[in-house]
Write a protein that binds this ligand. Structure first.
Ligand code: ACO
Length: 436
């Protein structure tokens, strides 16, 4: 496909196929990303594109977050992640993503009040937790209970106006934190601790996680700030696997609860939201077994292992979230007067990998998951809850994308395929199948 560089106002790309030329519009995003619009490719040429893993496919036009993987940039609605981490709170950032702009003080207060009103779960919903074994995976519980939550609010299955959308948002953002904390309490055989409306979003979550009926949890210095920062950097990341899942499910006009519950499932995998737990397990293995870092990297290079928390489909430079989280992990440990052998081995691993040809040639840098687990374990959050924490953080992004899909040109997502199976053949009766 050759691009016609002479047309500037409305550029086109020319595809020459079997000697015939076809023109396709070239679009340009606000940050200069260029895309060839092939919406009419099949109808014009009878061909489709093939793009395993969608690395070259734009599935939508979106104005929510911007990632420049080459330059290591992440922005939400135009604001740099580094600035949001420094100046914003998780709830303000959530409003920015979901409603499209930074809220006024009155809007922020109003939304915080809505979250407060929504923080409890319907008592009947609590019985759902009894149906899981105490060893039940918190991600399974989270996904199932969020989906069930929808059935308590059938009036919000079909959103018809902004007010209904805002009410649904407040329910999901507020209750996901309660569900997550209760999933943890269930796994520990501990009584549920009800939310405290006098605490802010992050402090309230830590309270539900760690208070006991006879002793209220007092977060150590820097803990609430570190949690807020963790949630902000996870809040959105354009069309990744879980976000695309939410958009795809939403494109069938499935409700918000069902769509974000599917996002939790997509996030669960080891190559996506499950990586933060895998990183800590990997670092712990290195520490416990006093593994030589160079020997370990040799195994990675021989493809015997993957270095978890390294590499990214989009970032071919340092993931800006990894930078922020690395500094935050050091600050939190210092504030809490603690040391963690895992942070030292992580630094050693990072230094060795970044100076190694294998990683340099493939542009493999630490990603968001490399240091995030160190923050979580310093906060006392157990490894099986790590992907759940990611899901709480990502919820505003999923909701914003679901709504963008909902408002956008309605089209069910339906990729095509290049079929490679058998061509038409006659049915074989069971007695004739031996030796097939
Ligand atoms: N360790 C070792 N080698 C790696 C790693 C890694 N972590 N990541 C990529 N590579 C190598 C691959 O072996 C491949 O080498 P080759 O070209 O010689 O075959 C090359 O780098 C390209 O790798 P791909 O798997 O094709 O890259 P892709 O963009 O498909 O994958 C992914 C990105 C899944 C994140 C990958 O880097 C990975 O598995 N990382 C570890 C898991 C992880 O940290 N996931 C979290 C990602 S961030 C997030 O989801 C929130």
């Amino acid at each position: 496909m050759s691009e016609d560089k002479h047309t500037t106002a409305a550029r086109t790309a020319t595809l020459i196929l079997d000697g015939q030329s076809y023109e396709f519009p070239v679009l340009e995003g606000s940050e200069g990303e260029k895309a060839i619009d092939i919406s009419a490719l099949r109808s014009k040429t009878g061909h489709i594109t093939l793009d395993h893993g969608y690395g070259n496919t734009g599935s939508c036009q979106s104005n929510i977050s911007f990632v420049d993987g080459e330059r290591g940039i992440l922005r939400y609605r135009g604001y740099d992640i580094e600035e949001l981490v420094e100046k914003s709170s998780f709830i303000e950032t959530a409003m920015l993503l979901i409603f499209g702009r930074l809220p006024t003080a009155t809007e922020l207060d109003g939304f915080r009040n809505m979250l407060r009103e929504q923080e409890l779960l319907h008592e009947d919903l609590l019985h759902h937790f009894d149906g899981f074994p105490s060893s039940g995976e918190p991600m399974a519980i989270l996904s199932a209970v969020i989906n069930s939550l929808g059935s308590y609010h059938p009036d919000l299955y079909n959103i018809t106006n902004q007010d209904e959308f805002t009410r649904a948002v407040a329910k999901v953002i507020s209750k996901v934190r309660t569900i997550a904390a209760f999933a943890y309490r269930k796994s520990q055989g501990l009584p549920f601790i009800y939310p405290n409306p006098n605490k802010n979003y992050c402090a309230n979550f830590l309270h539900m996680m760690f208070s006991v009926p006879y002793r209220l949890y007092e977060p150590p210095l820097g803990a609430v700030r570190a949690l807020s920062l963790f949630l902000i950097v996870h809040a959105d990341h354009e069309q990744n696997c879980s976000c695309s899942t939410v958009r795809m499910v939403g494109s069938s006009e499935a409700n918000l609860f069902a769509s974000v519950s599917a996002g939790v499932c997509a996030l669960w995998g080891r190559l996506h939201g499950g990586a933060n737990a895998a990183v800590v397990q990997q670092l712990q293995h290195l520490v416990d077994n006093k593994v030589n870092i160079k020997d370990y990297l040799e195994k990675v290079k021989k493809r015997e292992l993957r270095l978890m928390g390294f590499g990214h489909r989009v970032y071919k430079n340092f993931d800006p979230r990894a930078r922020v989280l690395k500094e935050a992990a050091h600050n939190l440990l210092q504030n809490m007067g603690q040391d963690d052998p895992l942070i030292h081995v992580a630094q050693e691993l990072e230094d060795a990998a970044l100076n190694d040809d294998f990683f340099q040639e493939r542009k493999l840098y630490p990603n968001v998951d490399f240091y995030s687990g160190i923050i979580l374990r310093t906060l006392g959050i157990p490894v099986q809850m790590f992907p759940v924490m990611f899901a709480i953080g990502r919820m505003p992004g999923w909701i914003a994308h679901w709504y963008e899909e909902f408002q956008g040109p309605a089209k069910i997502h339906r990729p095509r395929q290049v079929y490679t199976g058998p061509t038409r053949r006659p049915y074989v009766h069971i007695e004739d199948r031996a030796g097939q």
